[in-house]
Design a protein around this ligand. Structure first.
Ligand SMILES: N[C@@H](CCC(=O)N[C@@H](CS)C(=O)NCC(=O)O)C(=O)O
Length: 227
């Protein structure tokens, strides 16, 4: 029997969660496992052999390994063409990829930086302001790209929805602490998010994800109070 595909990483990471949501949306839960890998494990020599950058997620399928979430998602689309998450129409397909590219190149760089300022003894306000401006700009761009319907691009659930949801879910959990309102002036993103979070695909994960976020905050507080 062919071995199961494993996706290594913790679902608190939006890069892992985007793959998880794709797998669920495609109904591949019985073909692909998420055994978890914590933050220490991704720096072990064994893991670094799979991903020399020591980041999550990574894919392992027998001898075959892969990393970079977007590459993993595209591989899964090719390997499992059922319930496609990339539109047939090549213009729409390009726009789905554009949403993901904007997240990877222009959004996460700022939100990851802002996360480093959660629960610290003293915030570096200049640093926070710079990255808030960057995050806001990316969110404005995403508002501009949004179709304005139920789905972020086109008329069907795509990788743009699952990927954006994973990113926004985590980001907006921490945003109020920075005075950042994701949805105040972004009606299309707001309506999209409100609609998406009610769908079983996303709402079924909420409890676990909220627990993970609380765990992250607790760990950061512990670190802050220690040193
Ligand atoms: N471009 C990578 C980004 C992955 C990434 O940054 N993952 C974070 C977790 S959110 C990580 O593993 N960070 C650990 C580290 O950088 O040491 C991807 O899309 O897979």
């Amino acid at each position: 029997m062919e071995s199961k595909i494993q996706i290594l990483g913790e679902r608190l990471s939006p890069f892992v969660e985007r793959v998880y949501l794709q797998v669920q949306a495609k109904g591949l839960g019985n073909r692909i496992d998420f055994p978890g890998a914590d933050w220490d494990q991704i720096k072990t020599p064994e893991y670094l052999k799979i991903n020399p950058y020591g980041k999550m997620p990574a894919l392992k399928w027998g001898d075959f390994t892969l990393y970079e979430s977007t590459v993993i998602m595209e591989f899964l689309e090719d390997q499992f063409p059922q319930k496609p998450m990339l539109p047939k129409d090549i213009k729409e397909r390009a726009r789905v990829r554009l949403v993901i590219r904007v997240l990877d190149m222009y959004y996460h760089v700022h939100t990851v930086a802002l996360l480093s300022q959660v629960m610290v003894k003293e915030r570096n306000q200049k640093f926070v302001d710079r990255h808030m401006a960057g995050a806001n700009q990316a969110l404005d761009v995403l508002e501009g790209l949004a179709s304005g319907g139920q789905f972020i691009i086109g008329g069907k659930m795509t990788l743009a929805d699952t990927t954006l949801f994973a990113s926004i879910f985590l980001g907006q959990t921490f945003a109020p602490g920075f005075g950042l309102d994701y949805f105040a002036y972004r009606p299309k993103l707001k309506a999209w998010y409100e609609g998406m979070k009610e769908k079983p695909l996303f709402s079924s994960s909420n409890e676990l994800r909220n627990k993970q976020v609380a765990g992250f905050v607790k760990a950061r507080m512990k670190k802050r109070d220690k040193g």
